[in-house]
Design a protein. Structure first.
Length: 467
């Protein structure tokens, strides 16, 4: 903890090799625990080890295997664990060739990233070329990693503690948003509500296998994508993740305390508790600061943009979900919704949710394409012009004058005018503090939640009351 009254000594300094070595020289510690400090300490594992610092917990060499994309990929291949197809490339031509071979969309990133920085999803050859020209200098010195992006896949995380490769406790959680939203921004549910049992079984089996081969001692996190019980590993972080406090609170097990005791060599019992033992649900929602970031596009993607998070418990998912949204200042709509639901498949996917909103008595405004689709299916909506059309009634005017209670804007990557129009709607929505949802899965779960749970039914209970 960085609380002054918790630790014996507190250093406010940068996390660099030189500074850490200075502190080690001054304090002469028996050893250093690096698995509680985020990503940067893991990158310092080998340099600290080579400088003579004793690293406690998982060995620096095993940390390096997990951190090095080539070594970790080779390990997964050796133990028969699937992963998305990927390749490190050093020229525009080779990048285009690989992307065409595996098929679009693809995930593109520089060799070294933190919190998804500078990552992007390319849906076409033109988008790939545009990104590579804008975001990075691709060369042998600065290669780019391209991996196959699997659309419509669920993202799953496991937070766990191991002792010399043996799993001592774990928590499997699911993201509401499909893969493509950074785990730091995603809405996370524990225990999972819509993940196949076979998928969860495979996640645990793979986790145990990886823990054994990396000889993990201490905390770790593995991220997976799953589609129709086909489970692939995205990455493994041999450290406490940002979701450790969340899973600790929901499971009522202090994962960090357990990990620390194991790292220090103390004998602790294995904790045999699974998601099936919980009679309540926890949901973590992210807090964003788009209102303070003038001109930023309030949309979620592979780069992390949240500035905080809130977790809530409920007797069921809908209760916990609505509580978490309310806790990050999301205001439930009273009567009007503006819909712009993206490409045709998204419109069709959201149709049942639209019918639910209609049955709940909401009045619809919509952009032309969405309104036409709704009309074809017997749902009325008042058409509003796009921002760049400059005509009234205009989406921006109705957002600014308080007519709209909720904006559901599902973006689509097509011509520039449509991209600009969508951005202007989202930006105006944030600037006037109107609730905004830009993710299809999140929008659908939100509609289900307000259909099944009302504000009057949200219970105020202490943490201790959930058993």
């Amino acid at each position: 903890s960085t609380d002054y009254d918790i630790c014996d000594k507190l250093y406010f300094d940068e996390l660099t090799l030189e500074r850490v070595l200075d502190i080690c020289e001054k304090e002469t510690p028996l050893g250093v625990i690096i698995s509680m400090g985020g990503q940067i300490p893991n990158t310092l594992a080998i340099p600290l080890y080579e400088a003579g610092v004793r690293i406690l917990g998982t060995t620096p060499k095993d940390i390096d295997v997990a951190e090095d994309r080539h070594k970790f990929s080779a390990l997964l291949d050796m133990i028969g664990v699937d992963q998305p197809l990927w390749k490190e490339l050093t020229s525009m031509e080779s990048a285009e060739e690989f992307a065409s071979k595996v098929g679009y969309p693809v995930l593109v990133r520089p060799s070294y990233v933190l919190s998804g920085a500078a990552m992007s999803i390319a849906l076409s050859n033109n988008e790939l070329r545009l990104y590579l020209k804008k975001a990075s200098e691709i060369s042998k010195k600065h290669p780019v990693v391209i991996s196959k992006f699997i659309t419509g896949a669920k993202e799953i995380e496991i937070d766990a503690v191991a002792n010399h490769g043996k799993l001592y406790c774990y928590a499997i959680s699911e993201h509401i948003e499909n893969a493509g939203v950074h785990s730091g921004d995603a809405t996370i549910v524990l225990p999972p509500q819509r993940t196949y049992l076979e998928t969860m079984r495979r996640v645990k089996t793979i986790t145990k296998n990886i823990a054994i081969h990396l000889r993990i001692t201490g905390p770790f996190n593995i991220q997976f994508i799953a589609k129709d019980n086909d489970v692939k590993v995205i990455e493994c972080n041999l450290r406490a993740s940002r979701s450790f406090p969340f899973v600790s609170k929901v499971f009522k097990i202090n994962f960090v305390d357990l990990a620390t005791k194991i790292i220090m060599g103390k004998r602790v019992p294995r904790i045999d508790r699974s998601s099936f033992d919980l009679d309540y649900v926890g949901v973590k929602a992210s807090q964003f600061s788009f209102t303070r970031l003038k001109g930023s596009d309030p949309i979620l993607g592979v780069e992390m943009v949240s500035t905080g998070e809130v977790a809530c418990l409920g007797d069921d998912f809908n209760e916990a979900f609505l509580k978490s949204l309310l806790s990050v200042d999301f205001v439930l709509p009273k009567k009007t919704v503006l819909l712009s639901t993206g490409p045709v498949d998204s419109k069709a996917d959201f149709l049942e949710s639209t019918r639910i909103l209609q049955a709940l008595g909401y009045y619809f405004y919509a952009t032309k394409g969405t309104a036409d689709f709704m009309k074809q299916h017997g749902i009325d909506a008042e058409v509003l012009y796009w921002p760049l059309e400059g005509k009234e009634p205009n989406t921006l005017t109705y957002i600014a004058n308080g007519t709209i209670d909720l904006v559901i804007n599902i973006p689509k990557n097509i011509e520039k005018d449509e991209l600009d129009n969508d951005y202007l709607i989202r930006r105006k929505t944030v600037d006037f503090n109107v609730p905004l949802i830009t993710n299809l899965q999140l929008a659908k779960r939100f509609v289900e939640a307000i259909q099944r749970t009302s504000l009057d039914n949200l219970k105020i209970k202490s943490w201790n009351e959930y058993q």
